[in-house]
Design a protein around this ligand. Structure first.
Ligand code: PLP
Length: 459
């Protein structure tokens, strides 16, 4: 199995190379040279077993079957539900795919728990030690902290904007008690944190010196891990045609559905609706065929407040017939001019790609949380509500509609209270975060200050 860059100017690498590198050296994203064909999940097949078949197919001969099965079993034993990502029926033809039973109550755990195990296995074999860096606006930092706390061969550095993440989100990253996790709070916004991380990666000297690695949502192992619940949903709803509605930000989750179909795990074909909030760059990409720069606006669903959906690059690569020159051209024009038209081939293929986009306003998101609660008695998180709103706006009786429930309502108690008047309490297994001691450091929001702190750690 080889992985190539969407921009065509990097050497192909194997699975582990693609995962440990994150971004390709030419600025593109890694994607398999050819999609492996993977048998659909069988009804009742254990989640970790399906995951092992998937990771094994993507890893090729980089890892043995026993190694992969072992790491998948360890990764998913940390989930509070036996089926890992259960489907719950919420209406005659409607289901919620609950992705929030992991340690930090959001779907990022599904991929991150696996990545934590994968890094430990691989680095343990090579004797290497790596420094993993991530900038977070909320959920990714917590999921990474839970996945890497106590890892034997990696240090994790998290950058978060000081006082701009929710209290619960902060607690999930600052209370692990692990001495290989360093939390840095920067008095700035998320974009600036992200820029500092990108600059550190671009500094090849520094990056080599501390063995820098990234686990953000463009990491191929995360995409691979997220294909698994599409396959298990198809197995659970055996024989039914499924429409997946995916609350989307960076589009990693929706891309995973596309990949599941390309690998043969969704025999019924692909039907995905990306549900976005008022940050609707994805809608403009699909409807106007144009990449434009927009200011990110604040919404009740902060994990989806993204104006440049990074995984779209992989979809563009496929829709333009794997034309890496065309992809590179789009991103170069976008960088220079702040906007770019998509290639005609890609525009032509969009309408039959099996992927559509629909946007939901802030007011409708809150209204949906309330309406859903009064109909079912259940609380849902604001991201999930963007998805169930899209399902409500376009009902379909002849297919099973599966909305991905991406976080627990307990992670957004303020919004839940505002929308429904109810308290969303933490499940018992997660209450530790409110009791353990918080550890984080304030650091000046400059490249130099962060670099100095990370060098100190890596020594
Ligand atoms: C990250 C996240 C999303 C968006 O997922 P993408 O893969 O970035 O599209 C949606 N909901 C929640 C709760 C998230 O944490």
């Amino acid at each position: 199995m080889k992985y190539i860059s969407t921009r065509g100017q990097s050497e192909p690498v194997d699975f582990l190379g693609a995962c440990l590198a994150g971004l390709a050296p030419d600025g593109g994203l890694y994607i398999p040279e050819a999609y492996p064909q993977i048998d659909p999940a069988k009804p009742g097949e254990p989640y970790a077993h399906v995951a092992a078949r998937v990771i094994s197919a993507f890893a090729g001969d980089a890892l043995t079957w026993d190694e992969v099965l072992g790491l998948c079993e360890r990764a998913y034993s940390s989930f509070a539900h036996q089926s890992v990502t259960p489907l719950t029926q919420s209406g005659p033809a409607n289901w919620l795919l609950e992705l929030h039973h992991g340690p930090t109550l959001a779907f990022k755990d599904v991929a991150m728990q696996l990545i934590g195990q994968l890094y430990d296995l691989v680095l343990g074999k090579t004797g290497q030690r790596m420094t993993i860096m991530c900038a977070t606006s909320g959920d990714t930092g917590g999921a990474a902290a839970a996945a890497f706390a106590g890892a034997k061969h990696a240090d994790l550095v998290i950058l978060h904007p000081f006082e701009r993440v929710s209290p619960i989100q902060r607690l999930f990253m600052t209370t692990t008690g692990a001495d290989n996790v360093l939390n840095l709070a920067l008095e700035t916004d998320f974009d600036e944190c992200q820029t500092i991380v990108k600059s550190l990666f671009a500094d090849r000297d520094f990056a080599d010196r501390v063995s820098l690695s990234g686990v953000n949502s463009i990491n191929w192992a995360r995409i691979a891990a997220q294909t698994v619940y599409y396959a298990t949903s198809q197995a659970a709803l055996a024989g039914q045609q499924i429409r997946f509605i995916v609350p989307s930000g960076n589009m990693g989750d929706a891309l995973a559905g596309y990949v599941a179909a390309r690998c043969g795990m969704l025999p019924g074909g692909l039907d995905i609706v990306c549900a976005v909030n008022e940050n609707d760059a994805l809608l403009r990409l699909f409807e106007a065929g144009k990449m434009t720069k927009a200011q990110t606006v604040e919404t009740p669903s902060p994990a989806m407040d993204i104006s440049i959906p990074s995984n779209f690059e992989r979809i563009l690569f496929e829709l333009s017939g794997r034309d890496s020159d065309a992809v590179r051209g789009v991103y170069e024009r976008f960088k220079q001019a702040g906007e770019a038209d998509l290639p005609e081939t890609a525009k032509g293929r969009m309408s039959c790609s099996g992927i559509r986009v629909q946007s939901v306003s802030n007011a409708d998101t809150l209204e949906e949380m309330k309406q859903f609660e009064s109909e079912t008695g259940w609380l849902i998180c604001p991201h999930t509500a963007v998805g169930t709103r899209v399902a409500r706006l376009s009902p379909k009786a002849d297919v099973a509609t599966v909305v991905l429930a991406t976080a627990s309502p307990a992670k957004f108690p303020e919004t839940v209270k505002q929308a429904t008047g109810r308290e969303a309490g933490l499940p018992d297994f997660a209450t530790g975060v409110t009791e353990n001691e918080e550890v984080f450091e304030r650091v000046e929001p400059t490249l130099a200050a962060v670099r100095a702190r990370v060098e100190q750690l890596a020594r």
